[in-house]
Design a protein around this ligand. Structure first.
Ligand code: UD1
Length: 418
């Protein structure tokens, strides 16, 4: 079991580079099997979710290797179209292989995906989307099977703009005989990144980033593609929250500022100064923050649900009361009982959490229950008196490249223990 030990009280200073986006890496690595050629992916974060995606690719018969942040996938050989439970259960992103396998081989069999336990995370919308484009998709006791001889594409309506269902539909549609239109598609920047990669394969994708995405499928695709992943907006948001909580001045390089506008706005309301220079952001925080005007999470471009836990951690010492409303996942407050152990005053009622600012926090033993919640505990611990030991830190390693090292580079007193 991994742990992070944080000695609170140090202010942050320095400059760090933000990793490439986890949530782009996973759908694009899955989509790399579609063409049957070689894909070179740059800026690929060194995180365990990516390691797990590479392991799935190898299991399927592809050659996949990493050289620093460059990952090369050769999918000319595809030996199988099933993914066993042992590989599926490691992360939610494993479900993204469904659309890609169908596009490549006309069939797929997977078991239920794993991932953070944020409440029910069904795959009904993924299956509904695949059926709408002509794929025979069925679910039986958690196991999903897709089959099709040929499919023509079609009209996909998503009742909610699910990120994963949009990505699976886009991947499958890329080799349909006809055109697919996804209505109420997710608009996250990672959808645009996937569209950009698919267009390098020769697929024609229009409207990515809007709520209507059109994909003109092609039977024959380009065999070679090279793509650079966008910066990770949630990692950037997390490090901004760390600097806000700890106080000091930090520069984050490799940031797409437009992608994190709601987070920047909230931190400015809390009293941080944030300035932008090309693809860098500098945050100055006096450490003494005030409550923000209220956060409501939602699909992009609303406040990202993944940045809610770190922002909450930065709010626990702010003057006044901060209200959070979580609308995406039912159980996205799993970090709250742990923040309370540190001395935070938080009341949760359904989707709403009320954070009353306290004057101090005291370090203690905590347990990370999920990826972003774990990062949130570290964020708060930066300001706690004494030492905080966070176990279950392997959750954080799923999504953050060198989290402890990055905080150390900024002057925090943290040690990662495996
Ligand atoms: C993706 C991100 C995750 C982020 C989330 C919301 C990846 C690898 N993960 O997850 O970090 O927190 O978007 O921004 O990109 N839903 C259904 N049925 C479905 C699919 C989803 O009811 O078939 C519901 C979910 O339970 C949830 C909501 O839709 O309440 C949004 O989920 P979705 O956008 O699909 O999130 P993921 O793609 O799983």
């Amino acid at each position: 079991m991994s742990k992070l030990v944080v000695k609170g009280g140090a202010t942050l200073s320095g400059s760090v580079r933000v990793q490439g986006a986890k949530n782009s890496a996973l759908p694009i690595l899955a989509a790399s099997i579609i063409s049957g050629g070689e894909s070179v992916i740059h800026n690929c974060p060194d995180i365990s979710d990516v390691d797990d995606a590479l392991e799935i690719l190898r299991y399927l018969g592809c050659r996949a290797r990493r050289d620093g942040t460059k990952v090369t996938v050769d999918s000319s050989e595809l030996a199988r179209t099933d993914i066993p439970e042992e590989l599926m259960c490691r992360m939610r992103g494993s479900v993204l292989f469904l659309g890609a396998l169908v596009a490549r081989a006309g069939e797929a069999k997977i078991s239920a995906p794993g991932g953070c336990r944020l409440g029910p995370r069904p795959v009904d919308l993924h299956l509904r989307a695949l059926r709408a484009i002509g794929i025979d998709a069925s679910e039986n006791e958690g196991s999903v099977r897709c089959r099709c001889a040929e499919y023509r594409g079609g009209l996909v309506y998503l009742p909610i703009p699910s990120v994963g269902a949009t990505e699976n539909a886009m991947a499958a549609a890329s080799r349909a005989r006809g055109t697919t239109v996804i209505v109420n598609a997710a608009r996250e920047p990672e959808i645009c990144d996937l569209a950009c990669y698919l267009s390098k394969l020769g697929v024609r994708v229009f409207g990515a980033g809007s709520s209507t995405v059109t994909i003109e499928g092609r039977k024959t695709l380009n065999k070679a593609a090279e793509h650079r992943l966008i910066p990770d907006r949630i990692a950037a948001a997390t490090y901004l929250c760390c600097a806000a909580a700890a106080g000091g001045k930090a520069e984050l390089r490799n940031v797409c500022v437009l992608d994190i506008c709601p987070v920047i706005r909230a931190l400015r309301e809390m009293g941080c100064e944030i300035s932008r220079r090309r693809d860098s952001l500098t945050i100055v925080s006096k450490g003494k923050l005030r409550a923000h005007g209220g956060i409501v999470t939602g699909p992009y471009p609303a406040f990202p649900t993944d940045a809610q836990p770190p922002l909450m951690a930065a709010s626990v010492l702010a003057e006044g009361s901060s209200v959070f409303t979580e609308t995406v996942f039912e159980k996205r407050y799993r970090h709250v009982p742990e923040l309370i152990k540190l001395g935070a005053d938080i009341e949760v009622e359904g989707k709403r959490a009320l954070v009353r600012g306290v004057n101090s926090l005291r370090g203690c033993e905590l347990k990370a229950e999920d990826l972003r919640g774990g990062a949130a505990l570290a964020t708060a611990a930066l300001r706690a008196e004494g030492e905080t030991v966070i176990s279950g830190f392997e959750y954080v390693k799923r999504g953050y490249e060198g989290f402890g090292r990055t905080l150390s580079e900024l002057g925090a007193q943290v040690v990662e223990i495996d």
